[in-house]
Write a protein that binds this ligand. Structure first.
Ligand code: PAF
Length: 285
């Protein structure tokens, strides 16, 4: 596996791959790999001849009181894991290379990026769409794979690609979960032992909402949200940032539960650890 830290370097490799008629798959990440990331890398391999993984903890998608400074980071560990699943290139630029003095462009998406996580984390999606646009231009992929845990992010990226004509196919990969049901996330590493039960309440809450929808054909959005919140709020460590039932494409709040409705939620544990999760309410996982 090649480890590259310059944009020119990775672009040169990509041009060479393209020149040889090879298809490139990109997996953008912020590192601290877990099984969820490795599943994205394997998925990229299913769609491409060469897999590039970018690893960059992107400062401009974190708010001032968020966890940028403490975000887990170990390049050596991540290189080993990426190599084990057959990644061809690990692209790990630094902050100065991505945002040199004088950098002044922001890619901003209206609508989709403003509610849910965008409402709680102002500027977050501007940071994501700006860095992902740069990563696309630097690595020149044919396909890019993103996890469905960040459901809103995936919708925003699809919009970005449509609006700015990036010739890239976007592939969503289903959430990878621990045996307990907890959605895998680099931020799970912040959880202390006694916070685990509270963290499990996200997937347990979702399961209870899905069960209700299965048992009751005419269930209302309000009932679903109340049931999910009931499970989560039995844990005093949990503050609910949002629980919503939204359309899977537009992310607009649903009036009724349909087969396209998604249950999406964000919960902060002990005021420190913000976790997100989602699921289709009916059908799906
Ligand atoms: O999902 C992430 O890890 C990040 O938001 C991404 C897409 C790598 C952009 O920094």
């Amino acid at each position: 596996m090649k480890v590259v830290s310059s944009a020119v370097g990775v672009q040169e490799i990509s041009r060479r791959y393209r020149g040889n008629g090879l298809k490139i798959g990109l997996v953008p990440t912020m590192g601290w790999f877990h099984e969820g990331h490795l599943a994205l890398m394997k998925e990229a391999r299913n769609h491409a001849d060469k897999v590039i993984v970018s690893l960059f903890v992107n400062p401009i998608q974190f708010g001032p009181s968020e966890d940028f400074d403490s975000y887990p980071h170990d390049l050596e560990r991540d290189c080993k894991l990426a190599e084990e699943v057959g990644v061809d290139v690990l692209y790990a630029p630094n902050k100065e290379l991505m945002y040199p003095d004088g950098f002044s462009t922001t890619v901003h998406i209206e609508g989709l990026a403003s509610g849910l996580c965008g409402g709680d984390r102002p500027g977050h999606f501007d940071g994501v769409t700006t860095v992902v646009s740069k990563l696309f231009n630097q690595t020149l992929p044919h396909v890019a794979v993103f996890g469905e845990k960040d459901f809103q992010q995936l919708a925003v990226i699809r919009q970005l690609v449509r609006d700015l004509d990036f010739p890239i196919e976007i592939i969503g990969h289903p959430i990878v979960r621990e045996k307990s049901g907890l959605a895998m996330s680099s931020r799970n590493s912040y959880l202390k032992k006694d916070e685990m039960t509270a963290a499990h309440s996200l997937s347990k809450g979702i399961a209870s909402g899905r069960k209700l929808a299965l048992e009751k054909k005419e269930v209302s959005v309000r009932e679903i949200k109340k049931t999910v919140a009931g499970v989560i709020l039995t844990h005093p460590e949990c503050d609910i940032d949002y629980i919503e039932v939204v359309d899977q494409v537009t992310l607009q709040n649903c009036k009724y539960v349909t087969s396209d409705s998604m249950l999406v939620l964000a919960v902060t544990i002990n005021k420190r650890i913000r976790l997100i999760d989602n699921s289709k309410i009916r059908n799906g996982r």
